[in-house]
Design a protein around this ligand. Structure first.
Ligand SMILES: Nc1ncnc2c1ncn2[C@@H]1O[C@H](COP(=O)(O)OP(=O)(O)OP(=O)(O)O)[C@@H](O)[C@H]1O
Ligand SMILES: O=C(O)[C@H](O)[C@@H](O)[C@H](O)[C@H](O)CO
Length: 258
């Protein structure tokens, strides 16, 4: 089993269906990860946060940092203990929140599946929903904070699924497909990380052998090329600060792609 636990974060504004989707999704993903757990991120809020939201006061950045850290750590622990996978809900509205979750547990591979519903749809749902602390009066602030991941270069590990006007099971099927695609790309990132760790270990005789490093890396990348896009690979390499041999790998990629 990989040393890198994987977490799928279901994000989006209040009322998009994160919990509904997460509960069903985990059952489907258990076909492959039998012990994977679904965690409800709202349970990790402090009492003060819940009180604020219940009183119609939107959370600010300072209210959210500790909560985001708990999201990152609790999901990592759960994934580590249960077949390497955890699914957790967390609004994760802003880019900096998603990055914070990633930074708090750099060994974990985080994917973000952001669920989007229009303000009109959310207003309808929150007005109808009973027994929940988050009421319709929070709608404007949620949308004011929402930064959807639109740039694949910046957030290759994130996807958006739009739910408006669609049947519940269609949404679930799409989120299942998207999750599967994300989890498939996981193997590449995990392998890159694992190999990178091997290089970092200076006791390893291969550490100083650049040719060995590059050929291994290239093999790894080329083998996965049929399904992973080159931009993702390049951005992962950048993320991993592999700049020392990034250029050569890019050359290799371009050659193979000709
Ligand atoms: N696809 C759907 N179509 C219509 N209604 C839905 C759909 N999915 C969920 N709902 C309803 O919308 C409401 C919000 O769903 P849910 O609680 O899953 O959202 P959430 O994003 O987890 O919300 P919150 O973050 O506020 O806890 C619920 O009343 C749920 O029954
Ligand atoms: O970041 C936030 O403002 C909060 O996380 C909210 O989005 C709620 O926790 C949640 O969605 C409950 O409705």
């Amino acid at each position: 089993m990989s040393t890198h636990p994987t977490v799928l974060v279901i994000g989006g504004t209040a009322g998009t269906g994160k919990s509904t989707i997460g509960e069903s999704l985990v059952n489907l993903l258990r076909l492959k990860y039998p012990n994977a757990q679904f965690l409800e991120g709202d349970r990790l809020h402090s009492k003060q946060n819940i009180e604020k939201m219940s009183n119609g006061i939107p959370l600010c950045d300072e209210d959210r940092w500790d909560w985001l850290e708990r999201i990152s750590t609790e999901s990592t622990l759960s994934a580590s203990a249960n077949d390497g996978l955890c699914i957790i809900t967390c609004s994760a509205l802003k880019l900096k929140y998603r990055n914070y979750i990633i930074d708090k547990n750099p060994n974990t591979i985080f994917f973000f599946l952001m669920v989007y519903a229009s303000p009109k749809e959310i207003l309808m749902r929150l007005t109808r929903r009973e027994g929940h602390f988050m009421k319709a009066n929070m709608l404007n602030s949620q949308f004011a904070d929402l930064e959807l991941p639109i740039n694949n270069q910046v957030e290759p590990h994130s996807r958006v699924v739009t739910v408006d006007g669609r049947l519940e099971h269609h949404v679930l099927l799409e989120t299942f497909d998207v999750s599967f695609e994300l989890l498939r790309s996981r193997s590449l990132k995990a392998q890159i990380l694992e190999i990178f760790e091997l290089y970092k270990d200076e006791r390893n005789p291969c550490f100083n052998d650049k040719d060995f490093k590059n050929s291994l890396m290239l093999d790894l990348i080329i083998n996965e090329l049929s399904w992973v896009n080159v931009a993702t690979i390049k951005s992962e390499l950048h993320n991993l600060v592999m700049n020392d041999f990034l250029e050569e790998i890019q050359e290799g990629l371009e050659y193979k792609l000709r």
